[in-house]
Ligand binder design. Structure first.
Ligand code: GLN
Length: 254
């Protein structure tokens, strides 16, 4: 009888342990998911792949970061303009070709920068726009909430900034004649310029004196993830993964 009781007790304890262990594993799983917001309208950094899921340099990079941290990355596709406010609530982080700016630093922290960018100008093929002064008083298409939009809205005299949720919609309105130029980051500008090469051309932002910008991963203010993500980025640069992703998604240009 004693033996049976002892066996029963052991079984009960064992089951309790299994349940408890199960719970712990589930808890850990929950913590190991990193929900990352992006705006998949910014090729080659993020776009919707053939299977309808976000793909691109940033997506591959954040997945590689997740792997280094032992975290599963889940991508949340949303409007660019909503990303910063969603960090720390709806999403754990954002990767979206997002430039480090003083204004954004008021509400989020950034990882170390991972890519240099410039604002470029897209104009109709026959346009003569070539210098900053040529931009005065123009109707300028930009993606809402982007550094390009702020340049058009604040820095160019008499210009009207017209905001779009998708960069490609700004380019379509340029082709339709609703705006006179588009200001957008270099790499997407090159992609759109190539896609619509019979109608538009791309002018180097250096001609307009636009300053270099730096892309970084945005994280909640004070998050311990900042150091971890920086560590992962360092490892990915050291082990060649970062350069391989640049070659795969962006090409020789770095
Ligand atoms: N680099 C620009 C910014 O941070 C544009 C980013 C984007 O449109 N995805 O504002």
């Amino acid at each position: 009888m004693k033996k049976i009781l002892a066996m029963l007790l052991a079984m009960v304890m064992c089951m309790a342990c299994l349940t408890a262990c199960g719970d712990t594993a589930a808890d850990t799983d929950a913590k190991d998911v990193l929900i990352v917001g992006t705006n998949a309208e910014f090729p080659p950094f993020e776009y919707l792949g053939d299977d309808g899921n976000p793909d691109g340099f940033d997506i591959a990079l954040i997945k590689a970061v997740g792997e280094k941290l032992g975290m599963e990355v889940k991508i949340e596709n949303m409007e660019f303009n909503s990303l910063v406010a969603a960090i720390g609530t709806k999403i754990d982080a954002s990767i979206a070709g997002m430039t480090i700016t003083e204004e954004r630093l008021q509400s989020v922290d950034f990882s170390d920068p991972y890519y240099d960018a410039y604002q470029y100008v897209i104009v109709p093929v026959d346009s003569t726009i070539a210098s900053f002064d040529d931009l005065t008083g123009k109707k300028i298409g930009c993606q809402l909430g982007t550094t390009g939009f702020f340049i058009a809205d604040e820095d160019i005299e008499g210009a009207e900034a017209v905001g779009y949720n998708k960069g490609v919609d700004a380019v379509n309105d340029l082709i339709n004649g609703r705006v006179e130029l588009v200001i957008i980051d270099k790499n997407p500008a090159m992609v759109f310029g190539e896609k619509f090469s019979d109608k538009v051309k791309v002018v180097d932002g250096a001609q307009f004196g636009f300053e270099v910008e730096q892309y970084a991963i945005a994280l909640p203010k004070g998050s311990e993830l900042v150091q971890k993500v920086n560590g992962a980025l360092k490892e990915l640069k050291a082990d060649g993964t970062f350069d391989a992703l640049v070659a795969e998604y962006i090409g020789g240009d770095k």
